[in-house]
Design a protein. Structure first.
Lengths: 511, 283
């Protein structure tokens, strides 16, 4: 028997092979994006980039991302602090209401607002809508960080003479900084990559212009070049976050055993009602107003008659496609997540990182890249279901990898060692020990993928087979011709169907 | 009788630091070998090499006279028939006690009988259907042992099996484990940093320091004639004194002692323990 790298690994060679395969196919579209962008020569690339309109475009998109991120961090951090650490009136209600917008697709919220206040169209409308659905990306991790943080540190600060509010600012903010920056990164990436809200609000940001260049301008090369610029911006953001987090520290150094204790609640007093009104306004803007507007349009539509059959067919197709995509994503994400959790060698970690870098890519870019792959590698599959599923796999594998990795890491490696010493091969250990133990986390990851696939818009528009209408594309085709009443049933159906995996997610988080 | 386990000049380095440095060992049938040493001395790594979770850089390991580690040979842990009891027990939390103990057994008629036997050996008869998180730390450790014994491995290795237990509980669990191993005529290697534990349970003790096995002997000989000053210091409460050597005798405030054959230096350290003394040439 020869010494081999695979032989001494903790994981089965099958796992390694599937993980490498997953990293390769997720990176493939990016390669084709480069090929397409440079198809008219490098001079053309430089010329396209060094244009005043490209610079303006970048400034507009970055301005949107900056404003959305800033307001999301303010809302998310204040909201999390109020929910976890204070006696905010109506805390139980707000704990649900403030998280709900996470399930609201951006184009649904945008459609609701613009159908009511057409003057919102443009920068401010896009900023409002994207903030209102993406601040939970900050709220949730900061809430988790506040629950995790050790009260003893804050007690010590109090005993050293610091007043409660100063403790909150000096110590608590530092404890939540890694969670807040990670959340801010997600928001910024989301703001750069969102297509539905900016398209509905007719705000000329990167994604909308890329779509226009490809669809209306029939200029795939310009679309590819602009996509590359957007990719560069996204990757720069990921780097910036790594830099900020690297210096942040923020982990509590815990000495010895002992149980973490929850810190005392801050008494808000009369200020409580100010805080509660703030929370109320956020939930009104983020969830109550858009939903009630859609419900109002729905009754308008009901009066003139709804094509129920078309609606049910679209809902069924949406669920079916999402199920297939979720299964495909999980099949590829499982080995990548296990590999990243169990093998610390650099090559294994980079398999995970490839998947994550691709996750920073906007849906419109991945959709376009998959079109290019399809045109060059498999023309017969273009606008067929496999290509659409492929795009979902590229877009969302990282979502599942994250939760799979985290849930595998929760059980110690020695459990797997014990199983192997009892005569199980590495593959059997994975089947009988690793996967059963990580099962709840994997289900949560699958629910997240399912939810996200269902909401996906740009790649679906670009790649859906002809005649294959999902809830999101039906909604899109109606809102883009200002048929607001006709769009309402699809918007409501989308919200309702999305509520199922969302409810599953909150349940698994609690237990 | 031929040894169950033979380790020959085994070396394992992580990067540039040599963790196990040409270690040599052998364990006979039914023996309990304890590897003892200060933390960081490479005990756990040696144990993991034997179980197959680490791949040594050099050296050989033979189990039951067949080579499992050698030049161009590396047998996977699942094919070695070495039962492994990790530090925290590492029970499978998704299985019952019986599910844990029977994990390594093939499905068949003998399965439930062997589970019951092993649970009886560790003093946990009737616990089959319990969930493992309902058990105390000592009970969990005993289930982990039963799980390792169940498939009748050629050798059982235990990594600091008692270190996570309460000090008050340790002697009791320790003697339960010992009688279970003896009851099944099992061969075992136990790693510990606790010298009292080592002296209490071992047939043979291997003292490991800085990656090397510095002495391997039965507890009594080890106690009475430690091979070096470090071993003596590690193994028990001692007093240390010294004095000049003249005519094969060293003179100290405690009296004059005979110096052994290796008395070439002019100054000697004397280690005094109740019932014994040893003289080492001064450094």
């Amino acid at each position: 028997m020869k010494r081999s790298v695979l032989g001494s690994l903790r994981v089965s060679p099958v796992v390694v092979m599937v993980a490498v395969f997953a990293a390769t196919i997720t990176a493939l579209p990016l390669v084709y994006l480069f090929i397409q962008a440079s198809s008219r020569g490098l001079d053309n690339v430089v010329e396209e980039i060094w244009q005043r309109r490209t610079l303006n475009l970048a400034l507009r998109s970055l301005g949107l991302a900056f404003l959305v991120t800033l307001s999301s961090v303010v809302i998310g951090v204040l909201g999390a602090f109020a929910l976890v650490r204070t006696d905010l009136p109506g805390r139980r209600f707000f704990a649900v209401a403030l998280v709900l917008p996470l399930t609201m697709p951006s184009y649904v919220a945008a459609y609701a607002w613009i159908s009511w206040l057409p003057s919102l169209a443009g920068f401010w409308g896009a900023a409002l809508v994207i903030t209102s659905i993406s601040y939970p990306f900050v709220l949730l991790p900061v809430m988790a960080a506040l629950r995790r943080s050790d009260a003893a540190q804050e007690d010590v600060a109090r005993s050293l003479g610091m007043r409660p509010w100063r403790v909150a600012v000096r110590l608590t903010l530092r404890q939540i900084r890694p969670a807040a920056t990670a959340g801010a990164l997600m928001v910024a990436l989301y703001a750069l990559s969102d297509f539905g809200a900016v398209a509905t609000m007719r705000f000329e940001s990167f994604t909308w212009v890329i779509f226009g260049a490809y669809r209306a301008g029939f200029n795939p090369t310009r679309a590819a070049i602009l996509s590359l610029v957007l990719v560069a911006l996204s990757i720069a953001l990921v780097w910036a976050e790594l830099f900020v987090r690297g210096r942040g520290g923020g982990q509590s150094a815990k000495v010895g055993a002992g149980v973490r204790r929850q810190p005392a609640q801050l008494q808000l007093g009369a200020f409580g009602w100010v805080a509660a009104s703030f929370a109320l306004i956020v939930s009104l803007v983020a969830i109550v107003i858009p939903t009630s507007l859609i419900v109002r349009w729905f009754f308008d539509a009901a009066e003139s008659g709804i094509d129920w059959e078309e609606l049910v067919v679209a809902a069924a197709k949406t669920v079916a496609i999402s199920v297939v995509a979720t299964v495909a994503v999980c099949f590829l994400a499982l080995p990548t997540g296990i590999l990243a959790a169990r093998v610390r060698a650099r090559w294994a970690q980079s398999a995970e990182r490839v998947v994550f870098v691709v996750h920073a890519l906007p849906g419109i870019v991945v959709g376009l890249s998959v079109v290019y792959v399809g045109v060059r590698l498999a023309p017969s599959l273009y606008q067929r279901l496999p290509m659409l599923i492929f795009a979902y796999v590229v877009l969302f594998t990282s979502l599942a990898v994250g939760s799979i990795r985290a849930s595998v890491e929760q059980s110690p490696e020695s459990i797997e060692d014990a199983a192997r010493s009892l005569g199980l091969t590495r593959f059997e250990v994975m089947r009988r020990v690793t996967i059963p133990l990580a099962w709840p986390g994997m289900l949560a990851g699958a629910a997240l993928v399912f939810l996200t696939v269902m909401k996906e818009l740009p790649a679906t528009i670009l790649l859906r087979p002809t005649g294959m209408d999902t809830l999101s594309t039906e909604l899109w085709s109606r809102t883009s011709v200002a048929d607001y009443a006709g769009a309402a049933p699809y918007a409501l159906a989308l919200i309702l169907v999305a509520a199922i995996p969302a409810a599953l997610l909150t349940r698994t988080r609690e237990t | 009788m031929n040894p169950i386990l033979e380790v020959r000049s085994l070396t394992k380095a992580f990067g540039t630091s040599v963790v196990v440095d040409s270690a040599t060992l052998s364990v006979g049938h039914g023996q309990i070998l304890v590897i003892v040493g200060p933390s960081g001395s490479g005990k756990t790594t040696l144990l993991r090499c034997i179980a197959g979770f680490e791949r040594p850089d050099r050296g050989e390991i033979l189990i039951d006279e067949s080579e499992v580690v050698g030049p161009n040979v590396f047998v996977a842990p699942e094919s070695r028939h070495v039962g492994y009891v990790p530090q925290e027990g590492a029970l499978f939390p998704h299985l019952s006690v019986a599910g844990n103990v029977g994990f390594g057994l093939a499905r068949g008629q003998e399965r439930s009988g062997r589970i019951a036997d092993c649970l009886e050996l560790v003093g946990l008869s009737g616990y089959e259907d319990r969930r493992v998180n309902e058990l105390s730390g000592g009970q969990q450790q005993r289930v982990a042992l039963a799980r390792a014994m169940a498939p009748r491995p050629r050798l059982i290795v235990m990594d600091e099996p008692f270190s996570s237990l309460d000090a008050a509980l340790r002697p009791e669990v320790c003697s339960d484990v010992l009688s279970a191993l003896r009851g099944d005529a099992a061969t075992a290697i136990i790693v510990t940093h606790d010298r009292d534990e080592a002296l209490a349970v071992a047939d043979v003790i291997a003292v490991m320091m800085a990656g090397k096995i510095v002495q391997c002997d039965d507890p009594v000989s080890l106690h009475q004639s430690p091979a070096s000053e470090e071993v003596a210091l590690f193994l028990g409460e001692v007093d240390l004194t010294s004095g000049p050597v003249r005519n094969g005798e060293v003179t100290t405030p405690l009296g004059t002692f005979q110096v052994g054959s290796d008395a070439s230096s002019s100054f000697a350290d004397v280690i005094v323990r109740r019932g014994m003394n040893r003289v080492f040439p001064a450094k």
